[in-house]
Design a protein around this ligand. Structure first.
Ligand SMILES: [Zn+2]
Length: 239
């Protein structure tokens, strides 16, 4: 009897727990208490930024339209499957026009990434990287140097770990920022200390946590000593 009651209670709990989740898909914004206004690249970062970004990008077609409306150069690419767990969907090549008339050289150029990652990168550049560089370093950002997006591998390059977000082209590793005054700020060289370069890097990392799903920096582990790992999808890990 106790066992049956227990099961019934569990079932009731499960129903209670699941019903709000079922509604999330149809009205994510309202469920999260979000500002219903659409997200624009000109909007400063706020508590609604991540939720709004998810809302704008969850549908692939709507995501591409959002990027186009914001002036972000994103050229859709064919889906690809490679190896046992590497599968890229809704990806495209991100050009140097990152929205709002801004041109920032991505180096290497035109990295393939998911649409939602491209959108997160565009928001981060517009509302974190550029204003932080101007405020703290006194110059704009002309180039984002990265170590790549797509890599058919598992987390930390192990042979039996879970697939990395890089295996879905859903994460970018940023190594350095080139400024309009010719200076270069790199995660490897400038992360430590309390000088303006370090403060800039910490600022853009912390801001990234309000935009991306997962952000890993040198603070997280030695594997990230020379880059910021920025993941467009999924979880909420900020390290
Ligand atoms: Zn990474």
């Amino acid at each position: 009897m106790i066992r049956r009651l227990g099961l019934a209670s569990l079932a009731a709990l499960a129903l209670t727990a699941c019903s709000p989740l079922a509604d999330l898909g149809s009205d994510l914004g309202a469920q999260l208490g979000l500002d219903p206004a659409p997200l624009a690249l000109t909007d400063p970062l706020g508590p609604s930024t991540r939720g709004k970004l998810l809302r704008e990008t969850r549908d692939p077609e709507a995501c591409r339209a959002w990027l186009a409306n914001q002036g972000v150069a994103f050229t859709p690419m064919a889906d690809r499957d490679e190896g046992e767990f590497c599968s890229v969907r809704n990806a495209g090549a991100l050009g140097n026009a990152l929205g709002g008339g801004a041109t920032v050289r991505l180096s290497p150029a035109r990295p393939m990434m998911t649409c939602e990652l491209a959108a997160a990168v565009a928001v981060w550049r517009a509302q974190s990287v550029e204003p932080a560089a101007r405020e703290i370093l006194g110059a704009g950002v002309s180039s984002l140097d990265h170590f790549g997006v797509y890599a058919c591998r598992r987390v930390n390059n192990t042979t039996d770990g879970r697939p990395s977000a890089h295996a879905r082209a859903a994460a970018i590793d940023i190594g350095a920022f080139r400024l309009t005054n010719g200076r270069r700020v790199s995660v490897e060289q400038d992360w430590s200390g309390d000088d303006p370069e370090a403060r800039f890097l910490h600022r853009v990392r912390t801001d990234a946590c309000r935009i991306f799903g997962t952000v890993l920096s040198p603070d997280y582990n030695a594997a990230h000593a020379n880059h910021l790992h920025l993941e467009g999808e999924g979880g909420r890990l900020c390290g």
